[in-house]
Design a binder for this molecule. Sequence first.
Ligand code: COA
Ligand code: AMP
Length: 627
Amino acid sequence: MGAYREAYERSVTDPAGFWRDAAGAVDWIRPPDRILDDSEAPIFRWFPGATLNTCHNALDRHVHSGRGDQPALIHDSPVTGTARTWTYRELRDEVAVFAGALRRLGVERGDRVVIYMAMVPEAVVAMLACARLGAVHSVVFGGFGPRELAARIDDARPRVIVAGSCGIEAGRVVPYQPMLAAALAESAHAPSHCVILQRPQAPAELVPGRDLSWADAIDGAQPADCVPVAATDPLYILYTSGTTGRPKGVVRDNGGHAVALRWSMENIFGVRAGEVFWAASDVGWVVGHSYIVYGPLLTGATTILYEGKPVGTPDAGAFWRVVAEHRVAAMFTAPTAIRAIRKEDPDGHLLAGYDVSGLRTLFLAGERLDTQTYLWAQNLLGVPVVDNWWQTETGWPIAASPRGLEPLPTRPGSPSVPMPGYRVRVVAPDGTDVAPEAEGAIVLGLPLPPGCLPTLWRDDERYVRSYLSQFPGNYLTGDGGAFDADGYLYVLGRTDDVINVAGHRLSTGAMEEVLAAHPAVAECAVIGVDDPLKGQVPRGFVVLRNDVADDPVRLRSELVAWVRDRIGPVASLRRVDVIDALPKTRSGKILRGTMRGIADGRAEPVPATIENPAVLEALRPVLRSPR
Ligand code: COA
Ligand code: AMP
């Protein structure tokens, strides 16, 4: 039996033994004696009774063990033309001071801190400072606008918000202050303090009494020590898009998270202490949390925070420059980034001149990896390209080829095999396993392994309802797929209204709520349609109120701006069509799946349940028309 099979079998037959061993790689204050608490199933807790501090494990521990002078964090920022490295000691010291600054503002163990920043090192410092205090951070992606920010503030109820004065997108500065102001005005739980990182590109106007600059916040602050927390205490909340407009507050605990990430770095990503790991994602997404910040630092590796794009900063060779300059051993990004590079530099000319010989593996995740992109990257770089499938909820790969444990051969179109701890099943609507090659819903048998969400923030009921009730005893991933005869998994896409745009997870439901709130709109639908670069993009369809005599062309662009201003530019909703009616079933359900199929050019049958086939026929040319 190979190492993978052996580890996998043990993880499902003796999960307590498997994770007890893995927990040995973490520094505990009170080590775990019990491994799994199943007394409140279907809600499970890993390592009950144990205590630790995640920031200690990410920073102090390495300083104590002789890695103090090793680079911990490299901020490489082509958009500002700067690059800077922090050693473990320097990063520990800055984090301790900022933790002291937060404490001065009243932040204590269990309090929430919302972080709304671009890819600046202070974002990492703020996250780790929260972990140091046992406070709970909730990072909001900078591409989200006021409505999304307000929803997160109201759910998390932070004591402090830490924000940047601006982000820098290729070619433009994005001031955050107006978005923060609009979000605070909208939210019912605005905190009394905001710490604002003043960036020279667009300093913010501070609100006296409420705001203080980062520089003032740390001025004279006493460095704070690591506060012991329970393994089961929350480390962070990361909001993610669900099917409704209300984002889900995915909770990550301290103990299970540290154990699982540490295990995954070595066994899945094949990266060890002292090596350089680069996840070209954003700290606002789960990939950024797990593999820019916590995974590499828990491992004693060097991590890169890249403030730039795959293309345009300055060209499609940017990724190869970073890999060469920092001697990256393994990198992680989304397929969309590779597609963007390939579009601009199809023959890979820009790779020439960069020594990327240190790169062992390219990991891709966040959306389906199409075969062309997989093969192109593999041929260009001459290293294995490892598709891995997971979600915000799980925090680390559900399926992959475990490069450290046993580098199983990869297959195009498949993120390979289930990782230890995950009982992956493909089931029919009645919950029975389907045969190999047959498609079904992908579910995970409970308990989920350490590191996965124990629940949603202060909402066990929603957690159970959304994920655990459709197939009792299993967690519903929301993805459909199939196993092949050899046990390789194929993930075919979401079975709900979540879409994936350029590796960003978005909710069509949220966009519909925003469109529906426009005074001219009577009814609307938003669907995700295939896109060669971004994987999917949203398209909106609105039916106007009878009393609206607006020019449809003007309205279309107004509605695009309306969504962008509220959800944020990342929504990427560029096209809204004004139509006469939406196709529905007789019970009034909008036929989004049929619309999506037609837009993607599939021969979509007219559903038997349709209320009025003529409505669908009228819409067909609009759906088919080029974008
Ligand atoms: N702050 C402010 N605005 C942001 C932002 C941020 N953090 N991130 C994105 N935006 C803006 C973009 O500037 C763009 O604005 P525009 O409409 O004015 O052009 C809009 O949101 C849409 O962004 P995006 O979908 O990312 O498209 P893009 O054309 O800017 O870039 C790619 C396309 C493929 C280069 C880019 O999406 C990319 O690098 N994707 C990789 C994604 C990734 O790392 N995902 C994380 C999971 S691993
Ligand atoms: P997020 O929560 O943002 O990580 O998005 C999770 C969703 O992205 C999953 O439910 C999938 O739909 C999709 N996804 C992530 N990785 C992959 C992958 N490797 N292959 C196919 N889909 C993926």
